[in-house]
Design a protein around this ligand. Structure first.
Ligand SMILES: *Cc1c(COP(=O)(O)O)cnc(C)c1O
Length: 506
C-alpha cells in the first residue's frame, strides 16, 4: 500500500512519500500533507517499545521505504543516541499530571527525537527514488532545531546543513552549542533579525529559482530540516503513543480514558503530531496549545483572526518566540478540507500578515467567539506570560521537586489554567510535553528559583546541578571542554550568497 502526499495549497500537486521527505516544501509554497490519515487500534500496541512504535509509524507514513530500511533507520536513530532507555520517559507530577521528557537526546531538546531520524529517512528516500544529488539543508531556528539538525547530519556524507538563527534571540547555551561543532558539513549563521525573518529568508531561498538552478548544475538540491518537512513531523507522533501506554502501565489511567495533552507551541509542529495521532485513534482528550507572550496563536484560537502585525517579544522561552507558525497551515487544511481556501488564507498572510478564518457561510456573520472555537473543537488555546512562567518554575520545584525549563513551564501553566476553567469532574489526566532540559536555560531557571546567576555557563550548570539534585547532562560536560568559535553574523540580504559559498564545500 502506498502513501501519497499533496500540497496544502493544491490537492492535485501529489508526490510519493519519499519525494515528500526529500523536497521538504511543496513547489507551490504549500506543505505536504498525507492524502489519508490512517486509523489504528492502538490498544494492541500497548506492549511495544519506543523502537517498535517508531517502526510501525514509519511503515504507515513512509511505506515505500520498505521494512528493512525502516528497521535500520530506527536502529540508527534510537539505538544509542538517547540517555534514557525509554527514549522519552514519563515522569509523574502531583494532581493527576505528568511530564513527558523529550530532551534526553544529544542536544537536550525535543527536536532530537525527529532530527535523529531525519538524515536516515532522507537517505532512504534518496535510495528509493534513485536520487544521486547531494542535499543542502537550510534551516531557520529559534534555537533548538539548529543544533539538533547539525548534530543529526554531522559528518553524514552527501549532506550539508546551513542554519540561520536570530542573533539576539537564542540563549547563551544554545548559541554556544551551535558554535561548537566538529564537522565541516554543518554551519550556523547569526542573522540580524528575529526568527520570523530567518524563517521567511529560508522560505524565499527555497523559491529562488536562480539559486536552485545554480545549485542543480553542481548536483545539489535544497531541502529543509524544519517542521515544514513531513519527515520531521512523523517521528514526533511516536512519543504521544508510548506516553499514553506508559501512563496506563503505571496504573494512572485505564486504556480508553481520555488523556489531555499540553504542548508548548511555537511552529505548531509538535502539536500537529498530537493532532494526527488523535485522529488516528489514540484516546487523547483536549490538545492544549500553550503559547508564551507571543500569543498570536491563542488569539487566533479564540477569535478566528490570525494577526501577526505586532512586535515580536523576546521571552525566556525563545524557541517559542514566533509570530508565523508554519504548521498551522497543515492544521487549517485538515480542518477546513479545502486547499483552495488555505491558499487564499496564506496569500492574505503573506500580503497583510493576517487572515480571518472563513465562517462556513458569510450568512453566519454574527458569529460569536464561541462558535468560531467550536469549529476547532478539541483544542484549547491559551498563553502564559513571563510572570506565570517564573512562578510555575518555582511552584513546580516546591510541589514536585522537579526543575523545569521555561518552555515546559508555559505548558504546565497553561495546562493548570485549562484545568481550572474546564468543568471536569476532576478525573481528567494531563500530560505536559517537557520540551527542553533546564540546563539549556539556566539563567532564567536560576532567577525563577531566586538564586544568584553566576557569570559563566559552567558555573550556572553547577549551580543548577546542586539545586535540582541532577547531574549536568553529558553533552554539556563535553561542550564545556570544547572551544566555541566566535558567532558569525550575516545580513538577511546576504543569505543567498552564503548558501552558494557554503554549497561549494558540500
Ligand atoms: C521548538 C520548540 C518548541 C516549539 O515546538 P513547535 O513544534 O515549533 O511548536 C517548544 N519548546 C522547545 C524547547 C522547542 O525547542
Amino acid at each position: 500500500m502506498g502513501m501519497n502526499y499533496h500540497s496544502t495549497r493544491n490537492e492535485s500537486l501529489v508526490v510519493s512519500d519519499a519525494q515528500a521527505i526529500l523536497q521538504g516544501l511543496a513547489p507551490d509554497g504549500g506543505l505536504f500533507v498525507p492524502e489519508t490519515i490512517p486509523t489504528c487500534d492502538f490498544s494492541s500496541w500497548q506492549e511495544l517499545s519506543f523502537a517498535d512504535v517508531a517502526e510501525r509509524i514509519f511503515a504507515l507514513y513512509f511505506p515505500s521505504l520498505g521494512k528493512e530500511r525502516i528497521a535500520q533507520i530506527v536502529k540508527n536513530a534510537y539505538g544509542d543516541r538517547f540517555r534514557d532507555p525509554d527514549v522519552c520517559p514519563v515522569r509523574l507530577l502531583s494532581d493527576r499530571r505528568a511530564l513527558l521528557e523529550l530532551w534526553h537526546g544529544p542536544t537536550l531538546a525535543f527536536k532530537d527525537v525527529a532530527l535523529s531520524a531525519l538524515p536516515y529517512l532522507m537517505r532512504a528516500a534518496q535510495e528509493v527514488v534513485g536520487d544521486q544529488e547531494r542535499v543542502l539543508i537550510l534551516t531557520a531556528t529559534s534555537g533548538d532545531t539548529g543544533k539538533a539538525a547539525m548534530e543529526g547530519f554531522s559528518g553524514v556524507p552527501g549532506f550539508g546543513v546551513l542554519v540561520f538563527y536570530p542573533a539576539d534571540g537564542v540563549s547563551d547555551a544554545q548559541e554556544r552549542q551551535m558554535c561548537t561543532t566538529e564537522a565541516d558539513n554543518v554551519f550556523a549563521y547569526a542573522v540580524e533579525g528575529d526568527f520570523d525573518d530567518c524563517q521567511r529568508a529560508v522560505k524565499s531561498l527555497f523559491q529562488d529559482a536562480a539559486l536552485s538552478k545554480t545549485l542543480k548544475s553542481s548536483g545539489i538540491r535544497l531541502s529543509s530540516a524544519n517542521s515544514i518537512n513531513i519527515g520531521r513531523l512523523v517521528p514526533q507522533m511516536i512519543y504521544y503513543i508510548t506516553a499514553y501506554h506508559a501512563l496506563v502501565k503505571k496504573g494512572e489511567m485505564a486504556y480508553g480514558d481520555l488523556l489531555d495533552v499540553s504542548v508548548p507551541t511555537g511552529n505548531f509542529g509538535d502539536l500537529l503530531a498530537g493532532y494526527y495521532v488523535k485522529r488516528m485513534g489514540l484516546p487523547l482528550g483536549t490538545l492544549v496549545v500553550a503559547s508564551n507572550s507571543n500569543h498570536v496563536l491563542s488569539d487566533f484560537g479564540k477569535t478566528g483572526v490570525y494577526d501577526s502585525n505586532r512586535p515580536l517579544v523576546l521571552t525566556t522561552s525563545p524557541s517559542m518566540d514566533i509570530l508565523v507558525s508554519s504548521n498551522l497551515e497543515r492544521f487549517l487544511y485538515h480542518e477546513l478540507g479545502s486547499a483552495e481556501t488555505v491558499k487564499g488564507l496564506m496569500e492574505a498572510l503573506q500580503k497583510d500578515r493576517r487572515f480571518v478564518l472563513p465562517t462556513k457561510e458569510q450568512s453566519r456573520k454574527k458569529q460569536t467567539e464561541d462558535s468560531v472555537s467550536q469549529e476547532m473543537a478539541g483544542l484549547y488555546w491559551e498563553f502564559a506570560n513571563e510572570e506565570e512562567v517564573f512562578r510555575t518554575i518555582a511552584e513546580t520545584k516546591k510541589r514536585d521537586h522537579i526543575v523545569i525549563d521555561p518552555h515546559t513551564a508555559c505548558g504546565v501553566a497553561v495546562y493548570d489554567t485549562y484545568r481550572r476553567e474546564s468543568e471536569g469532574d476532576g478525573s481528567s489526566y494531563g500530560l505536559i510535553l517537557s520540551t527542553a532540559s533546564p540546563y539549556k536555560f539556566t539563567k532564567t531557571v536560576l532567577s525563577a528559583l531566586d538564586r544568584e546567576v553566576p557569570k559563566t555557563l559552567e558555573e550556572q550548570w553547577m549551580a543548577l546541578s546542586q539545586i535540582s539534585g541532577t547531574s549536568i547532562p553529558a553533552p554539556f560536560l563535553h561542550l564545556a571542554e570544547c572551544k566555541a568559535r566566535q558567532p558569525q553574523r550575516i545580513r538577511l540580504c546576504d543569505a543567498a550568497d552564503a548558501v552558494l559559498s557554503f554549497s561549494k564545500g558540500v
